[in-house]
Design a protein around this ligand. Structure first.
Ligand code: ADP
Ligand code: MG
Length: 518
């Protein structure tokens, strides 16, 4: 059997000249990711056992998952469907025919002695993930980054060894055996831990957005392996070490930063880096070697004779394409052109499907897309993150289903000068905390404005009278304004606002003052 490795692009080797990221102590950092995403199918990839998390050990494993002799795998169409959706989301090629292979190795939680995976011909080939790097300051243009994918292939997960519940022996739980995974592999295109985390967050956003993965990192539904090496600018790629199973963005950053420092220290001390698989220990903040790394040849891959090639018709691909919802990048681009939003705003508002959908509802209802964007970015998103919500939970769930209508109602009351921006913020807080008390969103907003006495003074006559009183009582300020002192004008505005208990519209106060003082 051929042991040719899967096609990889030698782009990184070719561009060995110019460093594209920040140097660390004179070294360039090179990172490539392999991410295991657990697919959202109800049943396993080759059996009908359930994939639900948290059941009693071995209650969700069938003959296939236990590897009983003679049990035959049957491909789950839903897993293929999700692989196609992912491929389309990242602009990849969907193979007409791909092949399942046996990856042979022994492990107690893998009773078959091999894992069914894809090797030479994966179902998804190529593609890119585009994202913005976190901005360094507000108003700064966002830096765009593109990471090329090598491939994404379907495979089964292994079981779990349980070491903690037993003394002098280990238990084996095969509930997880056969859980469908899509392993997504990048080129070594990332140049810092910052870029690596931004990539991982974007990938997480894509797979949860299209719904092929629930994204639950604590439960292991989305786990990343970071391959890290360092080199002097212009040198060939260095030897990499692979940090396994990073299941939080925070640990990801810490682990890569530690690993980079460690490798540089080794090289500076004159030691060569050994290719290895390492684990990150969050308690010590260090990475520790687990085993020296196997090469592909060690696995003796060969096509699994129990499974025919996976054939995907072009009709299936096109049908899937036509049924997919708008993707985050496309939606952000549309928000920019249709609603005139900045890169930053459009990016923020497409951080999850729920938020994007809610924002757009509010934009349409209020007919003020920019104001709605401000409200979502400055009020809703911070409230959401404060409430510790998962990114995929929609605002609607937290604020009740009429959240966009409430935001639209708030905006309309600012536009028609009923309340100030500051007052609107107060109403927002209350809407948030007491969200089920009123029926109609508009009634609710108006009722709160009334109840809190936040209504701005709309009667110009009344306001003019107050301003006349202020002018009469502050003769000295008036003289200074007339002499050209701008600060004195602010003092007058302040006095007038105080006299109206903050209910006047400051712009209107300013205009009236200017008119009266000539
Ligand atoms: P394997 O499947 O044996 O782990 P691959 O060649 O498929 O090896 O690469 C796995 C991952 O390692 C890919 O994401 C790739 O981009 C990354 N990678 C390869 N070489 C390097 C390197 N020198 N430094 C950092 N990452 C690398
Ligand atoms: Mg690997």
């Amino acid at each position: 059997m051929s042991q040719t490795p899967p096609p990889t692009n030698s782009f990184a080797q070719m561009q060995a000249g110019r460093p594209t990221g920040p140097l660390v102590q004179g070294y360039e950092v090179i990172i490539g990711f392999e991410t295991h995403t657990q697919l959202t199918t109800q049943s396993k990839i080759f059996s009908r056992a359930s994939t639900a998390f948290g059941a009693e050990p071995n209650t969700q494993a069938s003959a296939v998952d236990f590897a009983l002799p003679g049990a035959l795998p049957v491909m789950n169409k839903g897993a293929v469907q999700r692989a196609i959706e992912f491929g389309l989301a990242v602009g990849a090629h969907i193979a007409e025919s791909s092949v399942f292979a046996r990856k042979n190795y022994f492990y107690p939680d893998l009773p078959k002695g091999y894992q069914i995976s894809q090797f030479e011909i994966p179902v998804v080939q190529g593609g890119t993930v585009e994202f913005f790097l976190p901005s360094t300051g507000s108003g700064q243009a966002l830096e765009k980054k593109t990471v090329r994918l090598v491939r994404a292939h379907l495979e089964e997960d292994a079981g779990k060894s349980l070491h903690e519940d037993f003394i002098g022996m280990s238990g084996i739980d095969l509930n997880r055996a056969g859980t469908p995974l899509l392993e997504i592999v990048t080129e070594p295109d990332m140049r810092s831990s910052l870029e690596a985390v931004a990539y991982a967050k974007e990938l997480h956003k894509i797979v949860t957005w299209i719904g092929i993965c629930d994204g639950n990192m604590q439960e292991g539904s989305f786990r990343c392996d970071a391959n890290v090496s360092v080199r002097k600018p212009g040198a060939e790629l260095g030897t990499r070490r692979e940090i396994k199973n990073l299941n939080s963005f925070k640990f990801m950053q810490q682990a890569i930063d530690y690993e980079v420092r460690w490798q540089i220290e080794q090289l500076e001390d004159g030691h060569a880096i050994q290719q290895a698989t390492v684990l990150f220990d969050p308690d010590t903040g260090e990475t520790r070697s687990m085993r020296t790394k196997e090469d592909a040849a060690d696995y003796r891959y060969f096509p699994d004779p129990d499974l025919p090639p996976l054939v995907i018709s072009r009709e299936w691909v096109e049908k899937t394409r036509s049924e997919m919802k708008e993707l985050p990048r496309a939606m952000a681009a549309r928000f920019r052109s249709q609603y005139g939003l900045s890169d930053y705003d459009a990016n923020q508002l497409t951080s999850s499907w729920g938020i994007a959908k809610d924002y757009e509802d509010a934009a349409k209802l209020s007919k003020e897309p920019k104001l709605a964007a401000n409200w979502y970015i400055n009020a809703v998103l911070p409230a959401l993150s404060a409430s510790d919500a998962l990114p995929e939970v929609s605002v609607a769930k937290l604020m009740s289903d009429d959240a966009p209508a409430k935001i639209a109602a708030l905006i309309s009351r600012i536009s028609d000068n009923t309340i100030s921006n500051k007052a609107a913020k107060q109403v927002f807080e209350l809407l948030w905390s007491r969200n089920a008390t009123f029926a109609e969103p508009v009634t609710q907003v108006d009722a709160l404005i009334e109840q809190l006495g936040l209504k701005q003074m709309s009667d110009t006559g009344e306001l003019e009278k107050i301003i006349d009183d202020v002018l009469a009582a502050n003769v000295k300020n008036v003289e200074e304004v007339k002499a050209g002192n701008a600060k004195a004008m602010n003092a007058l505005v302040g006095q007038a606002m105080k006299a109206t208990k903050g209910k006047a519209n400051p712009t209107q106060v300013n205009e009236l003052l200017k008119k009266k003082l000539g």
